[in-house]
Design a protein around this ligand. Sequence first.
Ligand SMILES: *Cc1c(COP(=O)(O)O)cnc(C)c1O
Length: 395
Amino acid sequence: MKHDDKLKFIDERLQQLKDDGVYRTLPVNYGPCDHVIDLNGKRTVNLSSNNYLGFANHPRVMKASQAAIEKYGVGAGSVRTIVGNQDLLEDLETLLAEFKEEEAVMAFQSGLNCNIGTIQAIVEKGDLIVSDALNHASIIDGVRLAKADKAVYKHCDMADLERILTERRDDYNQVLIITDGVFSMDGNLAPLPKIVELAEKFNCLTYVDDAHGSGVLGRSGRGTVDHFNLHGKIDFIIGTLSKAIGVIGGYVATKQNVKDWLLHRARPLLFSTALPPAATAATIESVKMLMESEAYTKQLWENAAYFKSAMRELGFDIGKSETPITPVMIGEEAKTMRFSKALLDKGVFVSGIVFPTVPKNTGRCRVMISAAHTKEDLDQAIQAFKEVGESLGVI
Ligand SMILES: *Cc1c(COP(=O)(O)O)cnc(C)c1O
């Protein structure tokens, strides 16, 4: 049998994606992740990054990164538990603990690594994980790797969560409730005060993945927990350094004893090389900038308010977002992808998000607003949405 024949089943799967109108190729960005990018060789307004504050290519952050390369080189050289634990990582964790106003922080190579490492390290057989139905894929993977039993409550449905806890709490040792802080597909917030109340009533642990809340919500972007003023009430607060912070990495803010335990059991720390110094130094600078000034988060929210109000006026359904994430609802999968393509033809990049990332027939063009956008960028985007929306019969 030839190799080609053996892999024919992959061709068939790819053909199915093409038939469904959801087959993708990767666009290429020929420069930094800025508010306007050179996408496939064409000037394009970038409404699809998680670079909420424009830190990904901020001169101050870049300078800190360059200085770190001079001093530390480009690689950590090992996992942290051997010789990869450069002092920059210790500095980053101390700073993040101060920023988040929590006892201790453990940094990981990414948010995904953090979820995969942390969840399976803290629960075991005889424990139960109760997870929101729309939690991020990296939480789902972390939950799958854990040996605990699993239950899923309906998205943000506190009656359903209470039902599960009432029926099952007594059968387990630890029960861990896990939720996104901000749900990235709709931009809505988890009902954290109610989750905390139920966790206290049923003696459960709480875990909030605040990837899209950190750097966005709360004082100077301290996150969803700060927004709800729930400091000290959430046992594990996950953040990413790859979104608003603009670089790469993830972390859990928690208690010192949890950090000590993760050092012995979190597999990404034990079996994958530590963050490179250029990245660590850059994240330190970003966090310092956030702690120094609310100007960045303020600009982000102003831009979001401007864009959302114009889109509502045009008659678009922009869902139930409570954050700068703005899902422009289109519906059917192929139509959503056509909408996104038509925007791109007009020099505006908004990724189409469809099943299986979101439920069938809830396809959307998801706009990610950034503090780096200018009024001209936003106006160009609004005009493009108007023209495409009219031609495709969405408004
Ligand atoms: C983006 C995201 C992650 C992954 O973060 P990375 O640092 O990009 O790996 C994890 N959780 C949630 C909720 C996210 O939105």
